[in-house]
Write a protein that binds this ligand. Sequence first.
Ligand SMILES: C[S@@+](CC[C@H](N)C(=O)[O-])C[C@H]1O[C@@H](n2cnc3c(N)ncnc32)[C@H](O)[C@@H]1O
Length: 317
Amino acid sequence: MPKPPQLELEEIQTYNDEPLPWERKEYLKCGLYSIDLKLNDHEKSLKGKDKVQISELFPLPIQYGQFLITDQRNFCLPWDIMTAHKQGLLQRGFKMIKTNIFVDRKRKQDDEPIVCNCKPCGEGEIGCAEECFNRVMFYECSPKHCPCGEQCSNQRFQKKESVKKVEVFKTKNRGFGLRTLVKIKKDQLILEYRGEVISKCTARKRMETKYLHRKSVYFLEYDKGEVVDGAVCGTLARFINHSCAPNCHIEKWRAPNGEHFIGVFASNDIKPGTELTYDYNFITFCGAQEQKCFCGTPKCRGWIGVKHRSTSINARE
Ligand SMILES: C[S@@+](CC[C@H](N)C(=O)[O-])C[C@H]1O[C@@H](n2cnc3c(N)ncnc32)[C@H](O)[C@@H]1O
């Protein structure tokens, strides 16, 4: 059996904003441990340490605890953690997450799903193709309610049908970028852009504090008054750079519970080894102001972000 890599417990993320109960739960679920999130007396006594053992944060049962700590077993890291580790993402303090984290409000739970009028199809046929009115409206069908059942092809985000073989690489002058290792077809969903869903007010606060000296910004408009922040956690989509002549674009799809899926889609067929890019200017990329563009294409406009538009976080409120 191959030896599992030795993972250092990561540096603890600290958040200055007082967390709400569901936010704390969501962070813990996603493995983002923060000293500031745990405020009982025992945890407070741990403050000031750079690194904390998980067993210190969650005291283990008396009889079983010692066994859990000392027992050694081989294990295989899950694919996404392993990939992130190999690409050095863990060291950069970035976590992959499976769903968005809602920081300033609760996730919507039971919105009335919109059901299409497609006819159930025979075995081997594809349901909810181009004519499906949910698809036309950029709504994903609900697995529980769609008349096409298992054959519905309009649940790409929910079925996580993204391109798995992509790779983070270091560019010459634009930080890290993302490229595909496989052929991608026009209109294919490449990746979901996930992160923390925050209000524009929180986004502005973050810009003025913890992101003040950061060169890279990871905000993407989620809904009216809200943005997805992919800086601390998200998917590899947050490594996609801007280009004035891009090969991808962003689409926003409605989820059956009333939330949204933000996706990076292929604008044309893309060959393996090609860097993935989209145009930040055609979607609100709050905060990415006055950055020089180094996309290097003949169509380059010289700047990325919202420099020449009145859509910054401040201007919108
Ligand atoms: C969403 S991040 C993209 C990933 C980023 N390059 C990284 O290393 O994490 C956006 C940031 O990447 C950089 N960037 C993206 N596209 C660029 C471009 N065409 N020219 C210059 N910088 C770019 C800018 O610093 C921008 O704020």
